[in-house]
Design a protein around this ligand. Sequence first.
Ligand code: HEC
Ligand code: HEC
Ligand code: HEC
Ligand code: HEC
Ligand code: HEC
Ligand code: HEC
Length: 430
Amino acid sequence: MFATLRPVGCHLLPILVFFFLSLTSVRAQSDSTGTEVASDTSTVETATSQGGISDEAVIAEGESLFNANCRVCHAVDQQLVGPALAGVYDRRDMDWIKSFVKNSQAVIASGDDYAVSLYEDYNQTAMPSFNFSDTEVESIIAYVRAEAEKEPEVTAAAGDTPGVSSQATEGPSNFLTVIIVGLVIVLALILVVLFLIINFLTKFLEKREGLDSADREIIAQKFSLGKLVKKPAFVGIVAFVFGIFVLKSVIDGLYQVGIQQGYAPKQPIAFSHKLHAGQYEIDCNYCHTGVRKSKSANIPSANICMNCHGQILTESPEIQKIYAAIENDQPIEWVRVHNLPDLAYFNHAQHVAVGGQECQTCHGEIQEMEVVEQYAPLTMGWCINCHKETNVNTKGNAYYDNLVELHAQHSKEPLKVEDIGGLECAKCHY
Ligand code: HEC
Ligand code: HEC
Ligand code: HEC
Ligand code: HEC
Ligand code: HEC
Ligand code: HEC
């Protein structure tokens, strides 16, 4: 009679497991809609917290003063010649900052402890004096503060694009992790419960008289690991869990195929954007001559380097490599960092010259990179997401006048790239 008990248990297990599976999947789905809502409200918040027009004017003035006078030595969130300026308004009060900017040497000479130790920390590099009014210094600090508060948002918005791409890459991974952890816990619980039941029944039956010999044999069985491992039910469960792990890693892998974010190959010459575009502020267009007028940005030829390196650092071994390339009439073999597959069409002039997009939106803070690294995922989801969110730069572009008028008749939203066909397959695919 009890010989039938076990097979029933074995059938019951998978049923329980699948019941639980469907429960967790429902929960994981509601989790992911929850995060969607949260990210929506955060964009609304940032849109409204951007302050009034007068604030923006002050910040803009601060930005141009900062770029013209301070950028050579300071960045907001990075130490260059001088300290990163983010948070300086917390470290010091405004009066101190004003006198330091106007005449740092006077503050140090006055014996101010903080200034003296800072000066020592920076190897006694003297910061020049600036003949600024109080409001000018205030505007610079307002700009620094705005940048410092903006920084993480910018990377969050452009780096792991909240919409399509990040959900696509993280979604399945989190989802499966939840399921697997849940499964393991439930299986463990079921095992414990079954073990307890069997124990209880065995004890109960041992005390009973009048059982036939087949049933006696079953009761007399002792738990044995060797036997357990050979049981089809056990093998089935192990295979099932193992299968899920394999499936999860395959799916994770598939979502990463072709995504090269963070790729930063070593280049044949140790060319530094941080030095050229950052410290010496050489304009991107000076080297990437095509970026405003053609599809490709172009990598500069050795001749462009020679405009300066004909005279600068002529003895440096790295610069000698430029001379060698020119002498042998061989182009420098730069390793390509960004590379869309052939099936996709991307045009720089359209985005930079017409669309008014900054290089940094798609390439990150290139002017701070020693070695160029791929900043954006360059997936289709990334392109589409930006086209859904970005307004078309219609100001002073007569080409768009009719479109803007038409669009305004049926929508209060500004004209977005998706409204001019930015989601049409044929625009991006040959
Ligand atoms: C030639 C390089 C140079 C320039 C240009 C420069 N600084 Fe500095 N700055 C420094 C150095 C170096 C220090 C560290 C203190 C020292 O050595 O005197 C410093 C320190 C500071 C500090 C104190 C930072 C802290 O962490 O307490 C402030 C504020 C500051 N600079 C603001 C400015 C502003 C604003 C400008 C532009 C108007 C500017 N600096 C331009 C080199 C520079
Ligand atoms: C002095 C010349 C020069 C200036 C100025 C310059 N670049 Fe470059 N850039 C190069 C060279 C050379 C390479 C190829 C070597 C490398 O990848 O570092 C390159 C590579 C790049 C790449 C990667 C290309 C690839 O292989 O996919 C990007 C993106 C880039 N630059 C953007 C910028 C931006 C943005 C600026 C302005 C902030 C800028 N560059 C300023 C010379 C320059
Ligand atoms: C507009 C002027 C200018 C152009 C164009 C330019 N450089 Fe430079 N480069 C500089 C300056 C300035 C320095 C820093 C000099 C110093 O540190 O004394 C420098 C430094 C370097 C260094 C560091 C060398 C060392 O030994 O420290 C390398 C490598 C270099 N440049 C490569 C290039 C390459 C490759 C190109 C062409 C793609 C290029 N540069 C174009 C101005 C330029
Ligand atoms: C809207 C996003 C976007 C903006 C803005 C942008 N780029 Fe690019 N950039 C790309 C993409 C995508 C590629 C890869 C193109 C390909 O493989 O066909 C790329 C490639 C490059 C390359 C490699 C060579 C080439 O032409 O393919 C350089 C250099 C470059 N960009 C420089 C710049 C500079 C400089 C700016 C600013 C003036 C800029 N980019 C602005 C998206 C952008
Ligand atoms: C930072 C935001 C941004 C990203 C990222 C971006 N684009 Fe765009 N794209 C724009 C803007 C803005 C325009 C509108 C330019 C204009 O006014 O014509 C545009 C326009 C276009 C157009 C022309 C659409 C039309 O109907 O005329 C194509 C094609 C295009 N983008 C392709 C791409 C591809 C391919 C990628 C990804 C590799 C990409 N874009 C990534 C902002 C972006
Ligand atoms: C804004 C530009 C843009 C639009 C619009 C667009 N795509 Fe794409 N698509 C891309 C880019 C860029 C890639 C390459 C992505 C990568 O390498 O990861 C791509 C990749 C693909 C791939 C994958 C090819 C492969 O090798 O894996 C397919 C399929 C595809 N797109 C189909 C479509 C279809 C269908 C539409 C219209 C509904 C469309 N795309 C609209 C930019 C776009």
